[in-house]
Design a protein around this ligand. Sequence first.
Ligand code: CAA
Length: 288
Amino acid sequence: MQPRTPVTRVLVIGAGAMGSQIALTAALAGYPTTVQDVSECQLDDAAAQLRDRTDKMVASGKLAAEQAGQAHALLDFSTDLDAVAPAADFVIEAATERLDIKEAIFARLGRLAPPHAILATNSSTIGSSAVAGASGRPGQVCNLHFFNPVLVMECVEVVRHAGTSQETVDTALAFARSLGKAPVLINREVPGFVANRLMGAVQKEALALLAGGVASMEDIDATAKTALRHPMGPFELMDLVGLDVVDYIAQATHAATGDPADAPDASVAALVRAGKLGRKSGAGWYSY
Ligand code: CAA
């Protein structure tokens, strides 16, 4: 079935690493895109990082300077949700991973966005059913889960909740494809969806092998890369994702399943307590 709703303007809420790259991806695909964040400073940082990113892409010959210019001309930044939401056809919320914050955003979007607009969340841990009611339009709500780094990773998980309409699913899949992504459909909300469950299984095994003294972290990472052709080893990947995020995902999964096997890993939690969050803080499993 072809989606009936053409997407003409995208709104991304949250200017962190995920939100800002989602917005640039949309702009590179030709969508006028607004990034909204409560923090002016965060928006300034995001704009500067996206400029740096496209400069690098142009320098390496991956992007024509003209395309970069066109994408930046399609991007705008705002702190004022009331002003920007009424123009959006497709909203992707990538704000802080807290249910109260997301509920408040979806309630506002429900009032502000045009009646046909689809409201998606990029959350990896909060299924859209948790915010669908607050929006007042549950059929038009789903997860649209991107992967880090968004500009590079092809996968987007489109996760429907029990009340997501087929039209919303079709539009979300078509929209993700129009961004040059390879979306997959997740038919029901399970903690971690598919990708983070797979990633979590590998991480859990890697942590157990390290704790058991079977191999060093470097050799476990090397094995994943040279025996399995993973682009990164599990410890390197935890550092890329952020150890705080890894720990948070484990906490959320454990809270949802109650399974002791899903309990957060003590060594990851200890690194987080020590301020070692991975690449973004300069140190995690490795030093950067
Ligand atoms: N942002 C944007 N682009 C980036 C980037 C970043 N942070 N880091 C690297 N890139 C780009 C580079 O610019 C380069 O682009 P070109 O080929 O167009 O020049 C390309 O990625 C390759 O980069 P490098 O040559 O520097 O390094 P690499 O070949 O080792 O690739 C990688 C880096 C793409 C990160 C690769 O190692 C990889 O795919 N790793 C696995 C990443 C992964 O599994 N992500 C999923 C995490 S889980 C998640 O996100 C979900 C969640 O809910 C937590």
